[in-house]
Design a protein around this ligand. Structure first.
Ligand SMILES: Cc1cc2nc3c(=O)[nH]c(=O)nc-3n(C[C@H](O)[C@H](O)[C@H](O)COP(=O)(O)OP(=O)(O)OC[C@H]3O[C@@H](n4cnc5c(N)ncnc54)[C@H](O)[C@@H]3O)c2cc1C
Length: 185
C-alpha cells in the first residue's frame, strides 16, 4: 500500500481523496491533514451575496464530506521536507509519505491592496471572497440607495476568475427587480 498524504480538505483535497479511495482503494492508504472543522463550498458564496441562498448552506462539517475509509489528522502543516518525504504538523509531530498532494488553497492577502482592509469596515463595502463576507454583500445590495455601484476584479491569481463578474450580473438582476422601472430609462 502506498502512503498518500493530502494536505487540505477544501474542494481540491476532498475531490482527490474521493477519487483515490473509489478507484485505488486497495493500493493506497490515504491520510487527510486538515485543521478546519468545516468545509465551505465557496462557489456558492457568490449566490449568498445575491440572496439566493444562505451562508449556512455552504458550510458542512468536515466529517460529512469525507469519503469512507479516509484517516483524518486535524492539524495544520507547518513545514515540508521533501528530501525526506516528511511533513511537520502544528503539534510538532511528523508524518512520512510515499506521495504528497498539497491542496492548501489560496491565502487572501487583502493587506497588499492599499486601504482595502479599512474600506471593508464600512457598511457599503463588501467582498465575497472572505468567509461570511458574502452575507454582508447581500445586506449591502438591499440597503443600496445610491445610483453608482463599483465592482472590482483583480488580475489572476485569484480564487475564481468568474466570481467578480457573477457578482455584477447578480447584483444587476437584483437592482432591476427591486428598483422602480423609471430608474432604468
Ligand atoms: C466567491 C467565490 C466564488 C467562486 N465561484 C466559483 C465557481 O463558480 N466555479 C468554480 O469552479 N470555482 C469557484 N470558486 C473557486 C473555488 O471555490 C476554489 O477554486 C476552490 O475552493 C479551491 O479549492 P482548494 O481545495 O484548492 O482550496 P480551498 O477550498 O480553499 O481549501 C483549502 C483547504 O486547505 C486547508 N489548509 C490551508 N492551509 C493548510 C495547512 N497549512 N495545513 C493543512 N491544511 C491547510 C484549509 O483549511 C482548507 O480546508 C469560487 C471562489 C470564491 C471565493
Amino acid at each position: 500500500m502506498k502512503k498518500v498524504i493530502i494536505v487540505g480538505a477544501g474542494t481540491g483535497g476532498i475531490t482527490v481523496t474521493a477519487r483515490l479511495i473509489n478507484e485505488l482503494n486497495n493500493e493506497v492508504e490515504v491520510t487527510l491533514v486538515a485543521p478546519a472543522t468545516s468545509h465551505f463550498y465557496q462557489p456558492l458564496w457568490t449566490l449568498v451575496g445575491a440572496g439566493v441562498t444562505t451562508h449556512e448552506e455552504t458550510e458542512k462539517s468536515m466529517k460529512s464530506v469525507f469519503p469512507e475509509g479516509v484517516k483524518w489528522i486535524q492539524q495544520k502543516v507547518v513545514t515540508f521536507n521533501p528530501e525526506q518525504n516528511l511533513i511537520t504538523l502544528d503539534n510538532n509531530s511528523s508524518l512520512s509519505y510515499d506521495i504528497l498532494i498539497v491542496a492548501a488553497g489560496m491565502q487572501l492577502d487583502s493587506h497588499k491592496i492599499q486601504g482595502a482592509i479599512g474600506a471593508l469596515e464600512y457598511d457599503n463595502v463588501c467582498a465575497n471572497y472572505k468567509t461570511y463576507g458574502s452575507t454582508k454583500t447581500w445586506k449591502v445590495l438591499q440597503n443600496t440607495t445610491e445610483e453608482n455601484a463599483v465592482f472590482t476584479q483583480p488580475p489572476m491569481p485569484i480564487k475564481c476568475g468568474g466570481g467578480p463578474q457573477k457578482a455584477v450580473y447578480l447584483a444587476d438582476d437584483y437592482f432591476r427587480q427591486s428598483w422602480p422601472p423609471y430608474f432604468w430609462h
